[in-house]
Design a protein around this ligand. Sequence first.
Ligand SMILES: O=C(O)CCC(=O)C(=O)O
Length: 291
Amino acid sequence: MRGNQLLLPSQYLGEPMFTARDKAFFDTFGYLVCPGLVADSIDWIIAGFEENFRSRNVAHDGTKRTMFPESFIDSNERLCTLLDHPGVLAVGELVMGKDFNYAGGDGNLYAGDTGWHSDLIPPTPEGIALKLGVLNVKIAFYLDPVTKDTGALRVIPGSHRIDDSYGRLLHEQVMNSKETLGIDGRDVPCVALESKPGDVVVFNHLLKHAAYGGDKRRRMFTMNCFEYCDTPEKRKMNADIFAFYGGEGAEKLFSETMLRTASPARRRHLDHALEFQPGMAAVARARLVGG
Ligand SMILES: O=C(O)CCC(=O)C(=O)O
């Protein structure tokens, strides 16, 4: 960033794209908005998004969210290169460290509202403990202009501090706000991360987030990432997180295309995750055997 202005990769003249203050903002509030971070690539990103949905004949009738059936960027060779994009790498490295890992992501045609939640698997105290132990971050791409009342991501700043007493209180109160606070989810105090195509929104999985008022075909996809696990404790917790993916049937983390087209630089953000793949696959297979 220079002042308030983010430098696009094409404007990057040897100055860091982000500063320690951006990192402090992310650590403090749990999110970062990066205006124009992938503006240089937005045409092929949108084309790849549409091509992905077209290629799998995914029907979307606008009454509810439609999710792409596979890991999203993995399904398209050009979209795989987002893991080589200087802006995406810069923000990933800023918030998670140089050896951060990519671990798949979803593609969505949203319709209607998304209620308040954190991204927990499972949505239990254990799920919270695992993501307090290993930093998990979502890099989100909204492909239509979105404002507070037309589907922008809303967040409660600081709510990722879920082990803090205020974070715990929010966790108890906001997900059923009608019942607990007597207010609709759309009236929960928050910050709306309004964005336009080419901007990128990054947030800690533990952060409380929601979206209200979007239209019937709100396009959005994500890249899930996590920090390098440099202690046995973190490795164990990450193995437990991946075991839950296995429990949902996931045997492979990445597509053949993602791996075949990966440069050594891209492999740096894949290889550590692959260490956890055999454990995840074993859980998935055991589930099949167990019926
Ligand atoms: O944009 C939305 O509707 C919500 C996104 C979300 O909840 C997520 O990606 O975890």
